[in-house]
Design a protein around this ligand. Sequence first.
Ligand code: NAD
Length: 452
Amino acid sequence: MLYDAVVIGAGPGGYVAAIKLGQRGKKVALVEKSFVGGTCTNWGCIPTKALLSSVHLYSEIVEKSRQLGVTVENVQCDFPAVRSHMNKVVTMSRKGIEYLLKKYNVELVSAEAVIESNSLVKAGETTLETKNIIIATGSYPSLIPPFDRVPGVWTSDDVFKMEKLPESILIVGGGVIGVEFATFFSTLKIPVTIVEVMDHILPTEDKDVAEVITKSLKKKGVQIYESSKVVGVEPIDDGFRCLIESKEGKIEKTAQKILVSVGRRPKIGEDVKALGLEIQRGIKTNTKMQTNIPNIYAVGDVRGQIMLAHVAMFEGVVAAKNICGEESHMDYSAVPSVIFSNPEVASVGLHEKDADPSQVKIFSFPLSANGRARTILEREGFAKVIADKNTLKVLGMTIVGPSATDMMMEGVVAVRNGLNAKDLEESIHPHPTLTETILGAIEGVVEMPIHL
Ligand code: NAD
């Protein structure tokens, strides 16, 4: 049988591409050696958000219930029940994907794929003949020296396997994963240390973002070493001793567990290398997601570029459309970044740190001036809008606060469609909502905010 496409890897890039092709009546096989859903569903986005939802509720009750007039006694976080919630959500998500694959006639092949040529893919005992191949094999967590030589050091893959909470944890890398797990553990009062090589945590975001998150983590007792590196690590009884090179000199620190979250690397097999695909960090593609071999496409983390599930999904759709003969190009002009810290962080488009101050107007509206935020006892955060100084076209937006990750869609639509700040200012924002924080920032860019 000749397939229109064989997709390798059932993560967000691969399964979405396969569904799109199936919806368009194409004959498609999806080869996966493990669970459908990839890192995102099984060891990433979904389980972390399940864990964070539990501790968020816990901290809301502990910190706010009394002030909100609700009496709750004997509040406890039962970790086995938290894990069971996480596992249920992961299973449901996997089942959902399997259901969709069936619904759209995608043939799911449970095997490890080996690409033999641009038209043959070996999947276990069977060889699939195909007109097109989509490589969506994802990425794995980087384990850098000296940690690669010490057994028992965790990456994000290992955290989800923990059966009981650690007594203390040292997190190497204060990026997205580091901050999300620091939020989880510190909310449960587990001593957390973050060691970040750059001069602030979340270095891809602006400094004012890092300041709010640093303050919130420190309030929960997290120790943060910026411009610092772990230069030595050795196992000790029930834990590790680390030597940290910091601004203050060399510091020794012990922790029961170490989590290394310093980025991820694309998963590129020997079969892919042997094909002669161009590789630059990851598999190189054009904006149609085509590699240098025109009927082989690559989507998601395996490209080694923007490693986000939502980017992978969109790349999967673009690849599928091109395979169907509809010319489609990936547009990276408005990729939202979302961090499920407490408060949440989201940004899109231009950041203040990358902007030429002479060319832009920037306004930051504080969450503390928002009425809805007061009702939920929140005051740490802001919405910041960056617009072109002359045209007032919205170039970028950053939000720090509750539901920032959901609210960011206003910024995505604005930046993606080149909307003017006046377009947003004239759009009625419902009252009382947190979205009025964005309105305040927009008003500030256009003229003056009413509520400040
Ligand atoms: P990251 O790139 O977000 O952060 C890595 C951090 O480690 C950076 O702050 C970097 O400066 C630091 N670092 C690098 N080397 C170091 C060293 N030797 N010592 C100390 N610090 C060091 O990577 P991540 O957090 O591992 O996440 C991996 C990928 O997964 C990212 O692309 C991320 O965007 C994605 N992800 C996204 C979400 C989300 O969208 N909410 C959640 C989790 C992961």
